[in-house]
Design a protein around this ligand. Sequence first.
Ligand code: PMV
Length: 326
Amino acid sequence: MEKYQATAIAHPNIALIKYWGNRDHEMRIPENGSISFNLGSLYTKTTVIFNPSLEIDSLEINGIQTLNSGLKRISNFLKIVREWTSTPYYAQVISENNFPMGAGIASSAAAFASLSLASIKALGLFLTEKDLSRLARRGSGSACRSIPQGFVEWLPGRDDQESFSYSFASVNHWDLVDVIAIVAKNHKSVGSTAGHALANSSPLQRVRVADAPRRLGIGKNAILQRDFNELAEIVELDSNLMHSVMMTSNPSLFYWEPATISIMKAVPEWRQQGIPACYTLDAGPNVHIICQSEYANDVVNLVNQITGVLQVMVSPVGGGAYLVEE
Ligand code: PMV
């Protein structure tokens, strides 16, 4: 019996202006636009095999069969792929990451971006970059930003058709790197899907969302002009605003560890001392320190001296999702 198989690779991305909270949870239509860059040295490689003889979907991550919530999420997404493509078949999904699982690096963006591209190719179909990013968005909002290359903006839109990502500056536009300081390796207690649903319970979310277009405009312009100081101020403000919303949600989400705060206090001091770097945090305690590549070694040395830093990873800006020949 014929099987339909393809493999794709996608990188995770780090948001410089963050997405937090949905206007439509089911469709993952965000409350505000966001911008990010892909993390070129980290990737997820996903093979999908639609097989007429299967009766359920299956998921293997880094050689281990995954059941429960991980499989349920993939299976819910494959249901959307089946609807989009009028395919009746179940699929075997085999995924591997080159970054440590449980290191607190959001892997869902790379996972759903690579799964989207591999699924469409496996079924012999083609989608534009815009439509692929719309599809990836249904698995994990930020996954739509891992489809295009380089520096990416997610246009929030008001419905499914309007909510997609595109690249506004290429991989080589600016040699930024993300120095990722791992301060906790356990899986986060409240994941981002649940977190988005709590955002509106914070009285600060309305203010954060209302001001988001202004921050996005400043951040995007700073990237286009390669103005690091302008970028640094707005990136830290945006991250602090998102964490203020998290901390004031009901129930409150408090992701920081002591080392998180040590790094957040140190980075602006380094900036004052002449090392252009800024911090941003996702829904977890690990800190992403953004700097230009020429300062990466200095930043790695400095961050390694902070008590509680377990591991440091460095990634340059990366390309978009792509197919791998088998
Ligand atoms: O795509 P999700 O549901 O994993 O949400 C991502 C949320 C943040 O990482 C905190 C912010 C962002 O814009 O990536």
